[in-house]
Design a protein around this ligand. Structure first.
Ligand SMILES: [Zn+2]
Length: 376
């Protein structure tokens, strides 16, 4: 069996929204360069998969038709004022030529990855351009037009697959939460910077699902400034007990790199090391895993974080094939951003205490309200 699959096409990696837009698919290309540099990819256990676009019918597993009609219309790049009503044509979600085709190409990758995992064709699929967790049923949001995650999960549910969704992107996974808020068939967990200080302003601990879904949606909002130590101990207190109890067949993990401390769109203080440890912990809980790239707005840092995630997922330590060459090699404009190693960072003083107290309160709340629903 091919154990590890990378979803990748040059067309997708070369795409962009608009030149100044912070969401950069080119991260996928830099990521692949790092994989080639640090890992041995050319054995039987590894494969690059190049999927085609999503079948448009599958969009309606999650999205509403009038919204999709509007997206299709926007594909020629012509903005019309009515588009604003569904979140299109803003600075955040611009209208540009080929946008609908790009959304279908991204969602096609996620869907293909999900099916490969379900069919037993892979143990781990990594799709760096996917994970557009903010897209709503009938609106674009947070750089996301089509919710590739919700669609792929909804396609698997009738097959009887038990799915856990874990989102460690620094932003709350609101679109995915919304898709499964009333069902106990999918367990969704999002860890993120609190909505008090960050987009999209949701994802508070009290949002635990409704009806049948009560207790099957967990939010862990961190205080701005939270470091590796507080993040990891909070993760350990909440996530493993719940996932072990639910016993998923496949874990969908949105592993955005924007919780890193140098990301300029958010305010958490994770380092490379903390991020890698989080991914390793998620991997331990995952019989099969679809890792989706999500956010991350320092292009080089995010590619480096994904390379570390790759290490954790496939169980291979990075080895620099270019080490010792004259002049060495550096990635990106900043030495720090391109390196796989970070200097350790530990928050101290009153700010640390506030982050710790905040996280302790969240842990207490979830242990008191959600754990009993699952008999723990
Ligand atoms: Zn994000």
């Amino acid at each position: 069996m091919t154990r590890n699959v990378l979803i990748y096409t040059d067309e997708l990696a070369n795409a962009e929204y608009t030149p100044s837009h912070p969401f950069k698919p080119v991260r996928a290309k830099i990521f692949l360069e790092l994989l080639n540099r640090y890992y041995h990819l050319h054995d039987d256990s590894f494969k690059i998969e190049r999927p085609g676009p999503l079948n448009e019918e599958l969009l309606y597993l999650f999205h509403e038709k009038p919204y999709i009609d509007m997206l299709r219309k926007a594909n020629d790049g012509q903005f019309e004022p009515e588009m604003l009503a569904v979140g299109l044509g803003t600075e955040e979600n611009p209208v540009f030529k080929g946008m609908f085709s790009l959304a279908l190409a991204i969602a096609g990758g996620t869907y293909r990855g999900a099916m490969m995992l379900f069919d037993g064709d892979a143990r781990c699929v990594f799709d760096p351009v996917s994970g557009l967790h903010h897209a709503g049923r009938a609106h674009a949001s947070g750089f996301c037009y089509v919710n590739d995650i919700a669609i792929a999960i909804k396609a698997l549910l009738p097959k009887g697959a038990k799915i856990v969704y874990i989102d460690v992107d620094v932003h709350h996974g609101d679109g995915v939460q919304d898709a499964f808020y009333g069902t106990n068939q999918v367990f969704t967990i999002s860890l993120h910077e609190s909505g008090e200080t960050l987009f999209p302003g949701t994802g508070f601990e009290k949002e635990i699902g409704t009806g049948q879904g009560r207790g099957f949606n967990v939010n862990v909002p961190f205080r701005a400034g939270t470091d590796d130590e507080v993040y990891l101990s909070t993760f350990d207190a909440i996530v493993p007990p719940l996932v072990k109890c639910f016993r998923p067949d496949i874990v969908f993990a949105q592993i955005g790199g924007d919780a890193h401390r140098i990301d300029h769109l958010a305010h958490l203080n994770l380092t490379n090391n903390g991020y890698k440890q989080v991914i390793a912990r998620i991997n331990e809980l995952s019989p099969r895993i679809l890792a989706m790239g999500g956010g991350g707005y320092n292009v080089y840092k995010t590619a480096a974080l994904w390379a570390l995630a790759w290490s954790a997922l496939v169980g291979a330590e990075p080895e620099d094939k270019f080490a010792g060459l004259v002049g060495g090699m550096m990635y990106g404009p900043e030495v720090d951003a391109g390196s796989l190693d970070d200097r350790p960072f530990v928050l101290a003083g009153p700010e640390k205490e506030m982050c710790r107290d905040h996280a302790a309160r969240i842990v207490r709340y979830i242990r008191e309200t959600v754990f009993p629903i699952h008999g723990i």
